[in-house]
Design a protein around this ligand. Structure first.
Ligand code: PEP
Ligand code: MG
Length: 876
C-alpha cells in the first residue's frame, strides 16, 4: 500500500506550517520557530499526527517507504538520524528518542573517520541499547545488565571507560541479545532501522498503556503524536563535543543570566543523568562548583548560546531553557522548553519582556495567574527550606509565619507585648479573639471554612491562616496540640503556618519577604490602566484603609461596623446595648457608643478622602456578642449595675437556634430602630467634621445588610432620612448620602427590582447569599468541604469560588431586574468572592461597577479585572 502522496504530508522543520501544534506537536512547533529565527536547529522533517496514526496501523515501510527514502537520503547525506516524539502538549509524554539511526557495520567506518573509532562505536552501542528497549521492547534492566557485564569483563571503571575493543564487543553482545530474546536481526539497512523506530513509536503511542498514561495527564484518549526525523548533532567526537542544558533566567527571582550544565562527549540528557560531574557554563556560576566552566574552553559556543537566548526572547516572546549539543565546537539546539519560574520570577520575566518590546503589556498581564500575586504580598516559605508537615487544612489566608503555639487570645497578646511571634491555635475563633488575632503572626483553627470568622478576619489583616485543619487534635485542658502523625506539641513550641498551601509545619521556617516594588508595581500599574471594573476594599479599621490606599483602592466597598465593637473597651458597651430591656437603657448605651463610632468614621473618611466609603450598618448575629463565661457576665453586670443573674437570664433569652438566620442585619433595625439611628448620626457628624476641614468633600454610602423585603429598606431609609434632616438642621448644612442594599438573601436577589426603586446601589453579599442558596453553613462547611470537593460534588468550595450556575444565576437575575427598575443603579459585589479571579471575571462580564475584597487580595482582583477586560475586548 504505497501512497505516492505522503511526501506532501510531512513537512520540513523549516516550513512555517510546522507551528500548527495540534498537527505537528509542541516540540516540532518550537523547533520550527527556532529555525525560523535562524538559529542552528539540525535539519529535519516532521510526520504529522494523521500520518503517524496510519503508520501505527500499516507500518512505516508501507505508508511512507517509497517517499521517505529520497528525503532521508537528502536529509542524512550520510549522517546519522534521530527519531523524536512531538505530542501536541509536551506533558502528555511520548516514546523516548532513538538516536544515531543509520549506524551499521557498513556505515561504521565512515562515521569513525569523522569522529574517531571509539566515539563511533560508542554511538553504535547507544543505538543498539535504545533499539533493544524502544523498538524490541526488551526490559531496560536486562539491557543495562549486558552493559554492566561488559564493563566488568573489561575491568573498566564504568561505561565511560570502555575502550574501542570493549565497545565493539558490546555491540556484538546486543545484537546477540536481540536475536536471542526478541528473534530480531538488527537491521543492516539504515532505512529499515528508521522504519522500525517509526513503527515502534507510532504503535507504542496507539497502545493501551500509553493511552492510559496520557489520559491520566489530561490528554484526550485519541490524542495524536507527531514524529520528528532529524539529523543528529553527535556530541561525541573530536574537538569540543558534548551535550548540555542552558537556562537564561534564575528560577526563583527571574533575574536574567546564563547558567546550566554541560557534559563533554555526551548525547541527549546525559548532562543531567549524573554519569560524570558536568561542567557549569559560565565563570560566574563556578563559585561552589569544581572544575572549569564551559566558557573557559569554548567561549565562542557560550557566546552563541547567550545570543540565541536573546534572539529567542525577542522572537518568541518568552524565556526558554535550551537543550543543546556541541559538535566540534558548533552549537546545535535540540529543544526549547519554557523556563521554569517561581510566581515572583514570572512577573519579572513578563514585565521585562514587555519593556523590551518582545511582548505587549496586554500579553504580560494575561500571562500572570492572578492568585500567584499572593506570593508577592506576603512572606513565603523559602523554596529551599525542608518542610516538616504536621497537619493540613484550608489555605484560608496566604503567606507564611512561624511562632510559638498559643491557645488563647490572651496569650497571643502577652507574646506581642514581649515582641515574641505567636501562632494562635483555636478550635475556631469568635469575635472575642479579635485582639489576639491582631497580636498573632499566624492563625490555625481546627474547624471552619473559607468564610468562617477566622478566615475572613485573617484575610483582612493579611495574617497567614489555615482553617478546618481537622487532622489536628487540640487538648486545651492539657495545653497540647496532637499532629496528624501523633506528635505532641505544647504551648510555646514553635510551628509554622503556610497559609498559601494550607500546611502546618513543625519548627520555624526560613521565609522570603514580600516584594511590592519593581516589576510587581509596574504590572499593577498596567493592570490599573487596563481594567474597567473598580476594585474597592473591605476595610473596617484605619489600618485596613491605609493598606487599601497603598493598593490603589477605588474606595471602601464594605466597612463592617460590628467589627468596630470588639475592642475590650467597647464590647461591654455593645453588650449593654444588646441586653438592654428598655428603650431608655438601650439609648444610654447607644449614647456611649456614638462618639466611638463617630471617631471611627472620621478617621476612615479622612484616610479615604475623595473616594467613596460604604458603611454597612450593624449586622451582628447576636450570639457573636453575648458574654460567654462567668467573668464576662460579672463585668457586664457591674457595668449595667444589675445582678449577674439578670445578665444571665437576658443573655439566655436572646439565645437563638439559628443565629445566622436570626436577629441579624436589618431585622435588628426593624425591631430596635435606635441602633441604626445612632450609626446614621455618627456617620453624618463624622462627615460634617471632615468636610469642615476642607478638601474633597465626603459623601457617605450607607448600606443595609440582610434585606429580604422592600419594606425593610423603606423603613430604614425613613429612619436615616430623619436623622439626616435632624443633623442637617442642627448644623445648617445639607447632608446628602447614597443608600445601598446588600443583596445576600435569595429573596432580595429575586426582588431586586423593588429594592432598586429605593436604593442607589446594590452590593452582593455573596458569603451569605452562597450560604442561603445552598443552605450550607459558612461556619461549618469546612468539616465536609474537602470530601465534597474530592468526590466531585462541588468543583470547588463555593465560598471560595463563586458558584456561577446557582448563585451566579441569582446575581444575573438581580442585576437585570435592578437595572430595569433603576437605570442609574450601581452594582457591586463585596463577599469574599470579590478577591477570586473567576468571580471577578464574572462581574466584568455581568457589567458590574465594582468588586470589593480584603485589602491584601486587591491586587489579585485588580489583575483579574484587567485580564477580564482584555478578554472582553477581544485582546486576550
Ligand atoms: C456577605 O455576606 O457576603 C458579606 C459581605 O457580609 P458578611 O460576610 O459580613 O456577612
Ligand atoms: Mg453577609
Amino acid at each position: 500500500m504505497i501512497e505516492p502522496g505522503t511526501a506532501a504530508r510531512y513537512k520540513s522543520l523549516r516550513d512555517p506550517d510546522i507551528r500548527a501544534v495540534e498537527r505537528f506537536g509542541e516540540r516540532a512547533a518550537r523547533l520550527g520557530a527556532l529555525a525560523g529565527l535562524g538559529l542552528p536547529v539540525p535539519r529535519g522533517i516532521v510526520l504529522p499526527t494523521d500520518l503517524v496514526a496510519e503508520i501505527a496501523v500499516a507500518g512505516a515501510a508501507a505508508v511512507v517507504g517509497h517517499d521517505i527514502g529520497a528525503l532521508v537520503h537528502a536529509l542524512a547525506d550520510g549522517a546519522l538520524l534521530a527519531v523524536r516524539s512531538s505530542a501536541p502538549r509536551r506533558d502528555w509524554g511520548g516514546p523516548p528518542a532513538i538516536l544515531n539511526i543509520g549506524l551499521t557495520d557498513a556505515t561504521l567506518p565512515a562515521v569513525a573517520a569523522l569522529v574517531g573509532e571509539r566515539a563511533a562505536l560508542d554511538l553504535y552501542r547507544r543505538l543498539l541499547q535504545s533499539y533493544a528497549t524502544g523498538v524490541a521492547g526488551l526490559d531496560p534492566e536486562d539491557v543495562e545488565a549486558i552493559l554492566l557485564d561488559r564493563v566488568k569483563l573489561a575491568g573498566a571503571a564504568g561505561e565511560e571507560a570502555l575502550d574501542a575493543g570493549a565497545l565493539a564487543a558490546l555491540v556484538q553482545d546486543y545484537k546477540t541479545f536481540l536475536q536471542d530474546e526478541a528473534a530480531l536481526a538488527f537491521p543492516a539497512d539504515p532505512a529499515e532501522q528508521l522504519f522500525a523506530a517509526l513503527d515502534a513509536a507510532a504503535r507504542g503511542w496507539a497502545g493501551p498503556s500509553a493511552r492510559l498514561l496520557r489520559t491520566a495527564r489530561g490528554a484526550p484518549e485519541d490524542a495524536g503524536l507527531a514524529l520528528i526525523v532529524q539529523r543528529m548533532a553527535l556530541g561525541l567526537g573530536p574537538g569540543m563535543s558534548g551535550a548540555g542544558i542552558a537556562h537564561f533566567v534564575e528560577e526563583r527571582s527571574g533575574a536574567p543570566g546564563l547558567s546550566g550544565r554541560y557534559l563533554a562527549q555526551a548525547q541527549g540528557q546525559d548532562a543531567l543523568m549524573g554519569l560524570r560531574t558536568p561542567q557549569v557554563l559560565t565563570r560566574a556560576e563556578r563559585a561552589g562548583a569544581s572544575g572549569p566552566a564551559l566558557e573557559d574552553a569554548a567561549p565562542v559556543a557560550v557566546a552563541a548560546l547567550v545570543a540565541a537566548g536573546a534572539v529567542i526572547a525577542r522572537g518568541m516572546g518568552d524565556i526558554y531553557t535550551l537543550e543543546f549539543t556541541l559538535q566540534d565546537g558548533m552549537l546545535h539546539i535540540l529543544d526549547a522548553t519554557p523556563a521554569r519560574r517561581s510566581p515572583r520570577a514570572a512577573v519579572r520575566i513578563a514585565v521585562e519582556l514587555a519593556e523590551a518590546g518582545a511582548i505587549t503589556r496586554a500579553q504580560a498581564l494575561l500571562r500572570i495567574e492572578p492568585r500567584s500575586l499572593a506570593e508577592h504580598l506576603h512572606p513565603q516559605i523559602d523554596p529551599g527550606h525542608r518542610r516538616d508537615p504536621i497537619g493540613r487544612g484550608l489555605a484560608a489566608s496566604p503567606g507564611a509565619a512561624s511562632g510559638r503555639i498559643v491557645f488563647s487570645a490572651q496569650a497571643a497578646m502577652q507574646c506581642a507585648a514581649q515582641e515574641i511571634s505567636a501562632i494562635l491555635v483555636r478550635v475556631e475563633t469568635s469575635p472575642e479573639d479579635i485582639r489576639g488575632m491582631h497580636s498573632a503572626t499566624g492563625l490555625l483553627t481546627v474547624r471552619g471554612g473559607m468564610t468562617s470568622h477566622a478566615a475572613v478576619i485573617a484575610r483582612g489583616l493579611g495574617l497567614p491562616c489555615i482553617v478546618g485543619a481537622g487532622d489536628i487534635r487540640l487538648d486545651l485542658k492539657a495545653g497540647t496540640l496532637k499532629a496528624a502523625d501523633g506528635r505532641i506539641f505544647r504551648e510555646g513550641d514553635e510551628i509554622t503556618v503556610d497559609g498559601s498551601r494550607g500546611e502546618v509545619l513543625a519548627g520555624t521556617a526560613r521565609t522570603v519577604p514580600p516584594e511590592l516594588s519593581g516589576a510587581f508595581a509596574k504590572l499593577m500599574g498596567w493592570a490599573d490602566a487596563t481594567r474597567r471594573l473598580q476594585v474597592r476594599a473591605n476595610a473596617d479599621t484605619p489600618a485596613d484603609a491605609r493598606v487599601s490606599r497603598g493598593f490603589n483602592a477605588a474606595g471602601i466597598g464594605l466597612c463592617r461596623t460590628e467589627q468596630m465593637f470588639f475592642d475590650a473597651d467597647r464590647i461591654n458597651v455593645m453588650r449593654e446595648m444588646i441586653l438592654a430591656d428598655t428603650r431608655e437603657a438601650r439609648q444610654r448605651a447607644l449614647d456611649k457608643l456614638l462618639p466611638m463610632q463617630r471617631s471611627d468614621f472620621e478617621e476612615l473618611f479622612e484616610i479615604m478622602r475623595g473616594l467613596p466609603v460604604t458603611i454597612r450598618l450593624l449586622d451582628p448575629p447576636l450570639h457573636e456578642f453575648l458574654p460567654v463565661n462567668r467573668e464576662e457576665m460579672r463585668d457586664l453586670a457591674d457595668l449595667m449595675d444589675i445582678p449577674v443573674s439578670q445578665v444571665i437570664q437576658r443573655a439566655e433569652s436572646l439565645q437563638e437556634f439559628n443565629p445566622m438566620l436570626g436577629m441579624r442585619g436589618v431585622r435588628l433595625a426593624v425591631t430596635m430602630p435606635e441602633i441604626y439611628a445612632m450609626q446614621a448620626r455618627a456617620i453624618f457628624e463624622a462627615v460634617l467634621a471632615v468636610n469642615a476641614r476642607g478638601g474633597a468633600p465626603v459623601t457617605p454610602e450607607i448600606m443595609i445588610p440582610l434585606v429580604s423585603a422592600h419594606r425593610e429598606v423603606e423603613l430604614v431609609k425613613g429612619h436615616i432620612d430623619a436623622v439626616a434632616a435632624e443633623v442637617s438642621a442642627e448644623h445648617g448644612v445639607p447632608l446628602p448620602y447614597r443608600l445601598g442594599v446588600m443583596v445576600e438573601t435569595p429573596r432580595a436577589a429575586l426582588r431586586a427590582g423593588d429594592l432598586a426603586r429605593t436604593a442607589q446601589f446594590l452590593s452582593f453579599g455573596t458569603n451569605d447569599l452562597t450560604q442561603m442558596t445552598y443552605g450550607l453553613s459558612r461556619d461549618d462547611a469546612g468539616r465536609f468541604m474537602r470530601d465534597y470537593v474530592n468526590q466531585g460534588v462541588f468543583p470547588e468550595d463555593p465560598f471560595h469560588a463563586l458558584d456561577l450556575e446557582g448563585v451566579g444565576e441569582l446575581l444575573l437575575i438581580a442585576a437585570q431586574r435592578g437595572r430595569e427598575a433603576n437605570g442609574d443603579l450601581v452594582l457591586g459585589l463585596c463577599g469574599e468572592h470579590g478577591g477570586d479571579p473567576a468571580s471577578v471575571r464574572f462581574c466584568e462580564l455581568a457589567g458590574f461597577d465594582y468588586v470589593s475584597c480584603s485589602p491584601f487580595r486587591m491586587p489579585i482582583a485588580q489583575l483579574a479585572a484587567a485580564q477580564a477586560a482584555l478578554l472582553a475586548r477581544g485582546e486576550g
